[in-house]
Design a protein around this ligand. Sequence first.
Ligand code: SF4
Ligand code: SF4
Length: 313
Amino acid sequence: MSSYFGTIKRGAETVLGGLKITIEHFARATKRRDRLSAQDDNYFKQPLGLVTIQYPSEAIPTPPFSRYRLHNDSADCIACDQCARACPVQCITIKSFKATPDDLEELGTTSDGSKKKLWLEQFDIDMAKCMYCGYCTYPCPTECLTMTPVHDFSEFDRSNFIYHFGVLTKAKAAEKRAKLAKYEEEEKAKKAAAPKAAGASAARTPLAARAAAAKAESGTESAAPAAETPAADAPKPAPKLSPMMAAKLAAKKAEAGETAAPAAPEAKAAESATSPAPDAPKPAPKLSPMMQKKLAEAEAKRKASEGGESNAQ
Ligand code: SF4
Ligand code: SF4
């Protein structure tokens, strides 16, 4: 019987203990936590107070570097395609084409002064595919592609998740593309005509004019070139030397005693007359005094030994 009433007592104590905690929180519910960003120093220093907020009329501020919905500031986009290439899930689609030179002014510049050269026909981001990694924002050279703090953008229609940032309407894109095609054709035609024009202008050079005049004077076709070109067997003119080379050459000639006349045929003949015949014995080489002395001693020794041998016999 006593254990029966003891169990009832424990149950009542447990219920009252739980109610006490609930009533305490209820009493504090008049106080609300401040709505702080997660970056705030006091974010974790508010243990008490109401946590829930009246969303969506109220919202907790997002941290400044949070990665939510993407935005492209098209005015600064140069259609370089780097963001699309960086995206791991290919949710950025870019279509662009070259602007003709007379459209460059209309195309304008980016906010940092870079000249834009491409029309941004299409720049679509499919946020339904996006995984908010932020990889696309890093390579952007003009920093026009950013992740915004907008995180609440639910849609009923999935196609509404595709955000369009292209700057041309369909009609304008068609017009600009046609203009570009025409410009490229004209450029091609100009390039094709360029070699012919170069040939024609060559004929108008002063040299050609002189040749034509000479031709007219002589009445023969080959007269002019023959008059201008030197004869094939004519001696070549001496090359022009620098003053230093000329001085060196003169010094060498002076050293050689100006006997370098071998160039003259008579001098060559005289030289060949005085020179020994090819089968004549070569003159003994000149020896130094020390070598001459050594040779004499060796000869004397050899003679002495020969004399000794003959005496012994
Ligand atoms: S945040 Fe990531 S997934 Fe989303 S578009 Fe950029 S690169 Fe692609
Ligand atoms: S990287 Fe930047 S500038 Fe290049 S296409 Fe993407 S958004 Fe435009």
